[in-house]
Write a protein that binds this ligand. Structure first.
Ligand SMILES: [Mg+2]
Length: 201
């Protein structure tokens, strides 16, 4: 018996979870003169204004390209259809900008209750967006899970006090950064029986 009630809402990461937009962060960092591995949004905040403006334009251009070439990860539409049948809330929470996030989701015909982007507040791994989403849904934290493919997703879930699902996209969970923070690992959206059980169904 699970100690958790049935899940009533899911917060999804976008890139690498719902869609593959193949944003090339290494190329972005090279154009921005940032060291390898440095998170881009945090670097932008710390830059002098002129440099930040130049780098925001680079980020926007990469995100626009990402929106144009993004494709849906297999199995996602079927899972979303099932969530709709069950009346489970669905939100997207991304470090992307609003314009690129909306363009991506619209072009791929993916519809969500809420789309939370970096313009809406502190980016992951800050957990506060999760609390705002839970408030809007009137759900308890125990009834909400997050699904994401990166350590920031799982860190945010843990700090928010909700359960985090690592999407590995076929990889072994242990190969994925942040796997030790995950409450559950999902390899594919085409094989969701265990995920549904984890959700209390
Ligand atoms: Mg991601």
């Amino acid at each position: 018996m699970s100690l958790f009630p049935r899940v009533r809402g899911i917060v999804f990461d976008m890139d690498g979870t719902l869609v593959e937009s193949a944003l090339d962060f290494d190329a972005m960092r090279r154009e921005m003169n940032l060291p390898a591995g440095q998170p881009v949004l945090e670097a932008l905040v710390a830059m002098p204004e002129d440099e930040a403006r130049r780098c925001r334009a680079i980020l926007d251009r990469h995100e626009r390209l990402g929106a144009e070439r993004a494709f849906i990860i297999p199995g996602v539409p079927e899972l979303l259809a099932w969530l709709n049948e069950q009346g489970i809330h669905q939100a997207v929470w991304t470090r992307n900008g609003r314009e690129a996030a909306r363009a991506t989701l619209e072009r791929l015909n993916l519809r969500f209750d809420r789309v939370v982007t970096r313009e809406d507040g502190p980016a992951k791994p800050d957990p506060s967006a999760i609390w705002a989403i839970c408030d809007a849904w009137q759900t308890e934290r125990r009834e909400v899970i997050l699904i994401g493919d990166y350590v920031f997703d799982l860190e945010a879930a843990q700090r928010a006090g909700i359960r985090g699902v690592l999407f590995t996209n076929g990889a072994e969970p242990q190969e994925c950064e942040g796997h030790e923070l995950a409450d559950f690992a999902l390899r594919s959206f085409e094989e969701t029986a265990e995920l549904r059980r984890f959700m209390g169904f």
